[in-house]
Design a protein around this ligand. Structure first.
Ligand SMILES: C[S@@+](CC[C@H](N)C(=O)[O-])C[C@H]1O[C@@H](n2cnc3c(N)ncnc32)[C@H](O)[C@@H]1O
Length: 282
């Protein structure tokens, strides 16, 4: 299936903001990166693929772990995301981390090239998730794991829900289809697990991973970060008058107050870690 070019262009459009907030997001989602690393058994010297890497995570964190004897490749169809990832690899002198423009459903690698394949918050945007997971299984070595992280339901993730609910007062998003290519496409337990089974994975596993999103930002800074990084919120904002947007912001800040601490925001969060192994030849 061909990549959705309009969707890819949107990701390239918001890439400068993902780059701007890179350090904050890296810290906020670090527990998920750690969970992916643990589940995939990545160790020093391994060769790892990160699919849908955006501006370079978890690829860059994994590159620091595998060290220069290892290798990390990050792929993303959005050219501006790949450019941002390359800039940071250069800045951190991670010469064993390389980044390429590619889509999950057509990975430009030979079979059995990687010790692990990861994807953090990317699978929801694949045009054909089963083709994506099948490709990941093709390029991972027999007996090694493909591990994906996807968001749990919106109402368990105030990172999204606080702003969405405030916007919903003016913009009706209740008509959401179950298979929409959005953050919550795989929020229903078992759905991505079925995709793994359909793609031919063995020893499949799904676990709910609750964690705390912590960031050194005020509620006001978090509002700005989310509105800049999310194309969906940009589109919603553009439909509102100045007065309506000010009211949405006011409501979101009220809702975020319960998560504000002296050290910044602390938001409860839930993701699903879904994984499977490539079968060994009989
Ligand atoms: C929510 S971002 C996640 C970025 C990064 N992995 C992270 O966790 O910070 C989703 C990424 O998936 C990428 N993406 C969209 N369609 C894709 C596809 N067909 N194959 C691979 N990645 C895709 C987007 O370009 C975007 O960079």
């Amino acid at each position: 299936m061909k990549p959705d070019q309009a969707g890819v262009d949107k990701w390239s459009g918001v890439a400068p903001f993902w780059e701007k907030y890179r350090e904050i997001i890296q810290g906020m989602f670090a527990p998920v990166t750690d969970a992916l690393i643990e589940e995939s058994g990545i160790a020093k010297g391994h060769t790892v693929l990160d699919v849908g890497t955006g501006p370079g995570e978890p690829a860059l964190s994994v590159a620091a772990l595998v060290g220069p004897q290892g290798k990390v490749v990050g792929i993303d169809p959005a050219s501006q995301m790949v450019a941002a990832a390359r800039r940071m690899a250069e800045q951190r002198a991670l010469h064993h981390a390389q980044f390429e423009i590619a889509s999950a459903d057509s990975l430009p690698f030979l079979p059995e090239s990687f010790d692990a394949v990861l994807c953090r918050f990317g699978a929801m945007f694949f045009p054909s998730p089963v083709d994506g997971v099948r490709e990941m299984l093709r390029v991972v070595r027999p007996g090694r794991r493909v591990v994906l992280a996807v968001w749990g339901p919106s109402n368990r993730n105030p990172f999204f829900d606080t702003l969405s609910r405030a916007f919903d007062r003016y913009i009706d998003s209740s008509s959401r289809e179950e298979d929409n290519q959005d953050a919550f496409r795989f929020a229903i337990p078992g759905k991505l697990l079925d995709v793994f089974a359909g793609a031919g994975a063995i020893e499949t596993s799904e676990r709910l991973f609750p964690f705390t999103i912590q960031g050194p930002v005020s509620a006001e800074e978090f509002w700005a970060l989310r509105c800049e990084m999310s194309e969906t919120l940009r589109e919603k904002s553009a439909k509102l008058s100045v007065g309506q947007l000010a009211e949405v912001r006011r409501q979101a800040l009220i809702d975020l107050a319960e998560y504000s601490t002296e050290g910044g925001l602390r938001l409860p969060a839930e993701v699903l870690i879904v994984s499977g192994t490539k079968n060994r030849p009989a």
